[in-house]
Design a protein around this ligand. Sequence first.
Ligand SMILES: Cc1cc2nc3c(=O)[nH]c(=O)nc-3n(C[C@H](O)[C@H](O)[C@H](O)COP(=O)(O)O)c2cc1C
Length: 515
Amino acid sequence: MTQDIDVLTRITMNGLGFLATLFVFVVGLCALLVVILFVIDVTQTKDAVRRNYPVLGRFRSIFSKLGEFFRQYFFAMDREEMPFNRAEREWVYKSSKGTDNTVAFGSTKDLTGIGTVIFVNCPFPTLHEDSMPAPPITIGPYCDHPYETQSIINISGMSFGAISQPAVKALSRGAKLAGCWLNTGEGGLSPYHLEGGCDIVYQIGTAKYGVRTRDGQMDTEKLQALAARPEVKMIELKMSQGAKPGKGGILPAVKVTPEIAKIRGIPVGEPSLSPNGHPEIRNVPQLLDMIVHLREVTQKPVGFKTVVGAYGWLETLCEEINGRGIHTAPDFITVDSGDGGTGAAPMPLMDNVGLPVKEALPMVADILARYGLKERIKLIASGKLVTPSEVAWAYCAGADVVVSARGFMFALGCIQALKCNKNTCPTGVTTHDRRLQRGLDPTDKAVRVKNYVERIGNDVGVIAHSCGVAHPRALKRYHCRIVQNTGKSIPFNELYPPIELPAHAKAAPTRQAIS
Ligand SMILES: Cc1cc2nc3c(=O)[nH]c(=O)nc-3n(C[C@H](O)[C@H](O)[C@H](O)COP(=O)(O)O)c2cc1C
């Protein structure tokens, strides 16, 4: 018995001795590390803070990095963050998960902020039995293969490269379930876009990825073969993108995998930088020539995507169309917002170049209406239109269709980590790191994409019914008011008065009209 106690005491003493030695060793190691860091900091010349406050100065950058993550959880208010605040993100998350997204107690939104949209409810809202689904629209009435679509929100261009393989798969399958289209973005058409069997809008960027010759020219035969696919419904020529007008696509070298390089027709592991404009489209007549050419080659509706800054060229375009004949017009124009998203862009372009969609959309709608082309050229609106109110505003402003990129990224699980340009996206949406991609299950996320589309359609309908109309496409400018710098709102149709359509524009265009 006494022997047992002795053994136990010896073991305990040995253990304590070991822990004490370990403690002294760890403390010594930390002290040594501090001394080494101190010497490094005082002898280096690149960082003034670290040189003046050795070791302690290092905490500054650690805290500002951690701040990026923790602000959104602990400090930022619901309506504070950019580009999307917590209230907006949560709405998308809940909608795409199909969970209850009603809110309690009262709105956290300040209704006096300049630009706030207030919808004008009708004393006699549309009764449920009088409501209607949004009617379909036809894009490209003069094409051999016009495109008819009913969905009021569709998936905006995001290239395979900027987003991952499972993300593209989930979008493709989700778009099929939801009955909306998926725009390929400028990175070419991958098998993953086709996997779900959804409608595809093929985007041709300035580098013509996927339909280019070795020296970067348009390869008409490749385009013809691609457009012959039944899934490809329309062709979008990308003139510019809101986040980086006047700058081409940027895919960092780390994201140019062999597969992406093959699909784009470029070398592996080198940064993929597309030209900042189409060399063969330097003016309005050349733009129209290209649209006519693409439509002849593909026999499908062709339009272009642009962010609006200068706008006189749009009037020139309308004059040119009316001179050549209405059938030569682009079948649609996608108006992207100056504050649109991207995988990577220079900050000055992202921050300060190009008009926000809030200004550009009514302006372009009015230009088209003045030239009698509003019916002929469908207007697609894009840029932070991720919640029902934003989408409903776009329909009031004159959009025929709305598209979103980041709304769908949230549906895929994006947490706005702002890492799309780093290949380290923690949710697998914009990374080609297989480990990180494991978090994104295409089957599960496809359902979220579908839920998101359905919830947007439903809730924009709810706004429309509250305003007394039967469906979202019946929303007009007089259905909303915009808050001014006085804190009071004025009717949207006072800010942008309606344009009386010229007689030739009142009848919907038909193929026979040109024969
Ligand atoms: C990750 C990412 C990749 C994108 N890639 C493209 C692209 O290839 N082509 C393009 O025209 N726009 C691209 N965009 C822009 C979007 O299509 C869209 O115009 C813009 O983000 C505004 O819509 P949103 O506010 O709903 O995101 C990209 C955006 C994101 C976030």
